[in-house]
Write a protein that binds this ligand. Structure first.
Ligand SMILES: Nc1ncnc2c1ncn2[C@@H]1O[C@H](COP(=O)(O)OP(=O)(O)OP(=O)(O)O)[C@@H](O)[C@H]1O
Ligand SMILES: C[C@@](O)(CCOP(=O)(O)OP(=O)(O)O)CC(=O)O
Length: 402
């Protein structure tokens, strides 16, 4: 039996993927750009075991046995096995591609809640399968067939998913464009408005948008081509204020085409808008003070949760600002409310306190995740990290340390 355990990160797009040109191969209508987040706070962890003794493929997700009928997982498995069957072997285990697999995966953050669990989950699955079946090369087009955004989670830092032109999707791949430290000391604050399952999943939501939104034509043909070029330039020149403006503009445009969909896909809530409004007020104040690099940006995926990117020095102000505007529900301690990087909130200036008090909404956020930008998938070498028993190939019952 061969067993491998890996972790993979979440990624958050600053230029959004929303709409496919091929549903089956998961080929997008536009290029997208994302930040990969640190795995210290959010990651998927997957153990895969293969053995000539296993009689069938099996899959457990978040401690529950799941069916492997899902065509997306099947496509990933088929492609890895196809690549493994083409590999040159030194005479040993040459039919490894025909061995059955046991897959056990867990996310240390909410699944299917608009926090990109499918991106981390499929990137982790494909990376772990690649390791166990000995497949090398670019795995981003394989992860893409699990969930489009997953192809960007196979790399760290800033990543661009090229939509590609080929009908078979061979050139629809993700490539790293800058390392995690490109914007030094960048921090990420995720404001979790709701960690429940959303009404319309991304796959269905974007399908309805492509089918019904005329504004989507404008997004694809007019806005995106120039916005992507401007974003690449802002990244190359480390132009943080422009990066922020473009990120905010693209999130708002994605949610505008969602609202232009029939029936409308409504992902942002009043609380989401209150967070966005606070960020605009903060940026306006800093601009008025001539401090244009003291800028933050927000972006929303297909859900109500805000993802805020902020330079570390600015986070020292923005985190207490958020805590002032959105105090925790009474039962929650500060530690339960702000998960992730430990930080001592600095006292707020009178001006910022006034700004936060102007839009205060107690108890409206469930919690915040304070994290950073990070690197791509990892192999865990410590056998104690395995989610599967290395003798039986069945899930371990005692894995407390995600
Ligand atoms: N660790 C994992 N391993 C394999 N598959 C996973 C894993 N985590 C999530 N998935 C798959 O992804 C699905 C959730 O995807 P969905 O797009 O609905 O939510 P999300 O990725 O959390 O949100 P969004 O894509 O809008 O940010 C799960 O139902 C499951 O099929
Ligand atoms: C809003 C988004 O997060 C959409 C993610 O869509 P998915 O990758 O979840 O969709 P499928 O390819 O159908 O699985 C924006 C983004 O991550 O670019």
């Amino acid at each position: 039996m061969k067993t491998v355990t890996c972790t993979a990160p979440v990624n958050i797009a600053v230029i959004k993927y929303w709409g496919k040109r091929d549903e089956k191969l998961i080929l997008p209508l536009n290029d997208s750009i994302s930040f990969t987040l640190s795995q210290d706070e959010m990651c998927a962890k997957t153990t895969v075991s293969i053995s000539p003794k296993f009689s069938e493929d099996q899959f457990w997700l978040n401690d529950k046995k799941e069916s492997l009928e899902n065509p997306r997982i099947q496509n990933c498995l088929k492609e890895i096995r196809r690549r493994a069957s083409k590999r040159k072997f030194d005479g040993k285990d040459e039919n490894v591609w025909s061995w059955h697999v046991h897959i056990c995966s867990k996310n240390n953050f909410p699944t299917a809640a608009g926090l990109a669990s499918s991106a981390a989950g499929y990137a982790c699955l494909v990376y772990a399968l690649g390791q166990v079946y000995g497949v090398e090369g670019d795995l981003s087009p394989v992860a893409r067939q699990g969930s489009g955004s997953a192809c960007r989670s196979v790399h760290g830092g800033l990543v661009r998913w090229h939509k590609g032109e080929d009908d078979d999707g061979a050139d629809s791949v993700a490539r790293p464009i800058a390392p995690p430290g490109h914007f030094p000391d960048l921090q990420v604050i995720i404001c979790v408005v709701s960690a429940g399952q959303k009404k319309t999943g991304s796959t269905e939501g974007m399908r309805q948008t492509v089918a019904s939104s005329s504004l989507m034509q404008h997004r694809i043909k007019v806005s995106l081509p120039s916005r992507i070029e401007s974003m690449m330039k802002a990244i190359e020149e480390k132009d943080w204020p422009t990066f922020c403006d473009l990120t905010i503009a693209d999130s708002n445009e994605m949610h505008a085409v969602c609202l232009d969909t029939s029936p409308p896909c409504v992902y942002m809530t009043d609380t989401s808008h209150a967070v966005a409004s606070l960020i605009h007020k903060y940026n306006d104040l800093k601009t008025d003070q001539g401090d244009i690099n003291h800028k933050v940006c927000y972006t929303f995926d297909a859900g109500p949760n805000a993802c805020i990117f902020t330079p570390g020095a600015v986070a020292k102000e923005v985190l207490p600002l958020l805590l002032q505007a959105f105090p925790p529900p009474p039962a929650q301690t500060p530690k339960e409310y702000v998960k992730g990087i430990a930080s001592q909130p600095a006292p707020l200036s009178k001006e910022l306190k006034r700004l936060a008090d102007g839009c205060a909404q107690s108890g409206k956020l469930q919690y915040l995740i304070h994290t950073k930008v990070g690197d791509g998938p990892r192999v865990l070498v410590d056998p104690a990290s395995s989610l599967l028993n290395t003798t039986t190939g069945l899930p371990n019952t005692t894995d407390g340390d995600m």
